[in-house]
Design a protein around this ligand. Structure first.
Ligand code: NDP
Ligand code: OXD
Length: 309
């Protein structure tokens, strides 16, 4: 019998307990799954970074921390964590992100706002271009960026992706490195940022990056707040160089009431809801990693602590 500590808020326990038990049963794993287990008895820690558990030192026999979130920026710097850390790659979360990104890309591509908000009842007869005439650039070609790229490609967009290491995604122009970023930004009529928050990605969308984008470009950020230099974006929105931004993630969440983004006419704020981990599919992923750990197989979705994602 293995001991599985669920170290996340009680609200999540209510959502995850039954799916985790079902997934364990389906995998034939006998486990004591609980919110409270003596630290030196815990074998695996199912974890959310906003948990009260921040000191991993007493968990002397734990084999791995299995994160319920895709983003790991709140844990990678934790010096007390010495065991493998797996991030969440959940088919349910991925589907949610694809739908959210596609919806917001379509809003900009079709110019929907002009007709939804039309107080002057203007008869605006300019038809939108076809997707094949529109460049969408995705920064980050990981689990989420790649899935979004593939959906946008299916809809006919010209899709470019940018990553740290070289990638090959059929039909997508894959770029990497500093030169690749410059090229990607220069054609980003619609930019989607799906990078993790690391030392290397902080303020990657700064004044220079914004200036490199086409006049009237759109930005969609479901990645993390620190990817964008907020002051630089506000300036670019004020001048009209960036036409509009949809921002789901922020340096401080909830976004403070007096933050200029709330009042800006060319910003849509969404409250970190682009995609969430779905309990049934995520439980299967967690249990598969426990099965692997017990079988001595490599864990899925391991975080590289040096890279920070
Ligand atoms: P992955 O780790 O699968 O992918 C990250 C991608 O970013 C990879 O392509 C990686 O490159 C690239 N990357 C990382 N660092 C750099 C760098 N310095 N330069 C260029 N490219 C870089 O992550 P996911 O796709 O699963 O998730 C991405 C992010 O989405 C999460 O970290 C999280 O912050 C955010 N998120 C937001 C949610 C929301 O609701 N708003 C929900 C879930 C996630 P390479 O392929 O070469 O490694
Ligand atoms: C995540 C998120 O990282 O919801 O999973 O942002």
């Amino acid at each position: 019998m293995i001991n599985l500590l669920f170290a996340a808020r009680t609200k999540r326990w209510e959502i995850y307990e039954a799916p985790l038990r079902s997934a364990l049963e389906a995998a034939g794993i006998e486990a004591n799954l609980a919110q409270d287990i003596a630290p030196d008895q815990v074998d695996y820690i199912i974890y959310a970074p906003d948990s009260d558990l921040q000191d991993f030192t007493p968990y002397t026999r734990a084999k791995a921390v299995l994160n319920l979130w895709a983003g790991v920026e709140q844990i990678t710097g934790n010096e007390t964590l010495k065991i493998p850390l797996a991030r969440m790659v959940d088919p349910g979360l991925t589907k949610g992100m694809v739908e959210w990104v596609t919806g917001h890309v379509m809003r900009y591509h079709l110019g929907m706002d002009a007709h939804i908000v039309n107080p002057d009842r203007a008869w605006q007869t300019v038809a939108p271009p076809l997707a094949q005439e529109r460049d969408v650039v995705i920064l980050g070609l990981g689990a989420l960026g790649t899935a979004c790229a593939e959906m946008l490609l299916t809809l006919g967009f010209r899709v470019t992706g940018w990553s740290r290491s070289p990638k090959n995604v059929e039909g997508v122009t894959c770029l990497h490195g500093a030169d690749g970023l410059a090229q990607a930004l220069s054609q980003a009529q619609i930019l989607v940022t799906l990078l993790p928050d690391t030392a290397a990605t902080t303020n990657i969308i700064d004044a220079a990056a914004l200036a490199a984008m086409p006049q009237g470009a759109f930005i969609i950020n479901p990645g993390r707040g620190p990817l964008i230099d907020d002051d630089a974006l506000l300036t670019a929105l004020d001048t009209g160089h960036i036409a509009h931004a949809t921002l789901d993630v922020f340096r401080i969440e909830p976004l403070p009431q007096d933050h200029p983004y709330w009042a800006h006419p060319h910003v849509t704020v969404t409250p970190h809801i682009a995609a969430e981990t779905r309990a049934i599919t995520a439980s299967e992923v967690i249990v598969e990693n426990i099965r692997r750990g017990e079988a001595g197989l490599p864990y899925l979705n391991l975080v590289d602590r040096a890279l920070g994602y």
